[in-house]
Design a protein around this ligand. Sequence first.
Ligand SMILES: NC(=O)c1ccc[n+]([C@@H]2O[C@H](COP(=O)([O-])OP(=O)(O)OC[C@H]3O[C@@H](n4cnc5c(N)ncnc54)[C@H](OP(=O)(O)O)[C@@H]3O)[C@@H](O)[C@H]2O)c1
Length: 276
Amino acid sequence: MSKILVLGATGHVGRPLVKELVARGETVKAASRTGKPVEGAEGVVFDVLKPDFDTLFQDVDRLYLLLPTGYVDAKGLLMPIVAAAAARKVKIVFQSVFGVDADDSIPYRQVELAIETSGVPYVILRPNWFADNFHIFWKAGIDHGLIAVPAAEGKSSFIDVRDIAASAAAALTSARHDGKAFNLTGPAALSYGEAAEVLSTVLGRKIAYQPITTDAFVAMLTGAGVGADYAAFLGSIFYPVREGWTAAVTGDVEALTGRAARSLRDYAVDNKAVLS
Ligand SMILES: NC(=O)c1ccc[n+]([C@@H]2O[C@H](COP(=O)([O-])OP(=O)(O)OC[C@H]3O[C@@H](n4cnc5c(N)ncnc54)[C@H](OP(=O)(O)O)[C@@H]3O)[C@@H](O)[C@H]2O)c1
């Protein structure tokens, strides 16, 4: 009865998290739609649209909770999982989103509030924009030497997913951080123009930044096959960037892990092959 259930275990944060937990000697249930083993951990089938809680939570005392990318209904999909974990007295470490504590009406914040009042131990992690988005979402543009997003000159303290995973591992394997929320950022705030310069230097070719309108961005995404709902959602989340709200830098990665957060340059150097 001491397994850690990791949702999204094949994903950007999930996979390095499973790897780190296994390396620490924890017993992990790695949840994905196929239920295949991940990084040496046993697999369990998980579909956020039709979760089987009894199978998922069997022998589990801690949960890493996240909403897979591509889904908009954070409350509708995550609240039943929170309730199922709380009913089984399972500790919840929740991968939320940077800045959602600004307004209690934001759906992600409402999930946080439900966790805070659930009666089980919890830790809330609010990562800022992932550095890894450059090789996930913006890779097609980078291939053509151009990042085009509606960020204007707004800055973000981009965080490497490895630092989110390390923070999550710390939160899952110690009670020291229980009852707290951590705003996870990289060590510096950069505009997309500055980020493009870092990538240009590391990749040895010119990557430009072109600020575009939200409408042009949404049209570009839907043209590339992204669903209309999710494209509109992605368009909307650049508003806080333009307002400067994603520029804050915290020491929360170091508070959790004992190590400084990686810079965007560190990210780019380590991911040069996949960015090239
Ligand atoms: N990207 C950012 O800049 C950013 C910043 C802050 C917060 N966040 C938050 O981080 C979360 C995403 O984290 P992530 O990037 O680590 O996740 P992810 O890699 O996008 O997704 C994790 C895994 O979820 C699985 N998945 C897809 N559809 C599923 C379904 N219907 N049921 C169950 N699993 C499904 C996929 O694995 P299988 O196909 O193997 O099932 C995928 O590998 C989101 O909630 C987002 O809001 C993102």
